[in-house]
Ligand binder design. Structure first.
Ligand code: HEM
Ligand code: HEM
Length: 176
């Protein structure tokens, strides 16, 4: 049975999306950190080839989450304060923009791309890259990725910090 979102707690679908995407992002950051700290190691050789494929799958999940959040906006628990609200909005924006910019760069590179075996871009002549798409990715994709990681760390720290007081403990809204 699924439960809906209410002003007191998040429902089953929202929780599934929150924790499922958190797991996928943990994988994504695992691949990126390994790539930076241990490039060309056996672990990197295993992790890194999954980055684009998993990231593309995440783009789909995040799109579903954004639509779901908009549909349920009126019946969700209110944010504890304006900063928490801003933080949640920023995480939404980054979760969407990062894979989108990654995919734009992939398209602009002119190379064929089939995430998880599904043909997405056929590719075009290697000599004719779309400069702005490739440059946008080079400029922002990784940087925004690290910014999201920093926000997530702050988010988790605040969620745990608020556990100290029953009045501000928001964990039961999303877990248990
Ligand atoms: C939410 C999903 C994603 C996250 C959180 C993410 C995160 C990151 C991070 C943090 C880096 C920087 C690694 C470094 O500093 O070397 C990176 C690099 C990279 N990502 Fe992603 N990524 C995502 C999705 C994608 C997608 C969908 C693609 C392509 C289809 C992609 C392609 C790349 C490539 C080619 C690099 C290496 C070049 C660079 O540093 O910009 N990523 N990603
Ligand atoms: C990649 C990881 C994560 C991201 C991107 C993320 C993002 C979000 C977002 C956007 C919300 C607002 C509700 C929604 O629309 O879903 C939220 C709520 C929440 N998250 Fe996370 N989250 C992550 C991981 C975690 C973890 C690991 C914890 C536990 C320590 C956690 C605890 C919570 C709690 C308790 C709420 C409810 C907050 C409230 O209603 O004030 N999150 N999260």
């Amino acid at each position: 049975m699924t439960s809906p979102d209410t002003p007191a707690r998040y429902g089953t679908v929202t929780r599934f999306l929150h924790w499922g995407i958190a797991l996928c992002l943990a994988w994504m950051f695992g691949t990126a950190i390994t790539h930076v700290l241990a490039e060309k190691s056996a672990l990197d050789a295993f992790f890194w080839p999954t980055h684009k494929h998993f990231g593309s799958l995440l783009m789909v999940l995040v799109s579903v989450r954004v639509i779901w959040a908009l549909l349920n906006a009126r019946q969700r628990p209110p944010a504890l304060n304006p900063l928490a609200r801003l933080g949640h909005l920023a995480m939404y924006g980054l979760m969407f923009a990062i894979p989108l910019i990654g995919l734009l760069r992939q398209f602009g590179s002119g190379r064929a791309f089939a995430p998880l075996g599904l043909p997405l871009f056929a590719g075009f002549d290697e000599g004719e890259k779309i400069g702005w798409m490739v440059d946008l990715g080079g400029l922002l994709h990784g940087e925004l990725g690290w910014a999201l990681l920093a926000l997530v760390c702050g988010h988790v720290a605040m969620a745990l910090w608020h556990r100290r007081s029953p009045q501000y403990d928001v964990m039961p809204r999303m877990a248990g």
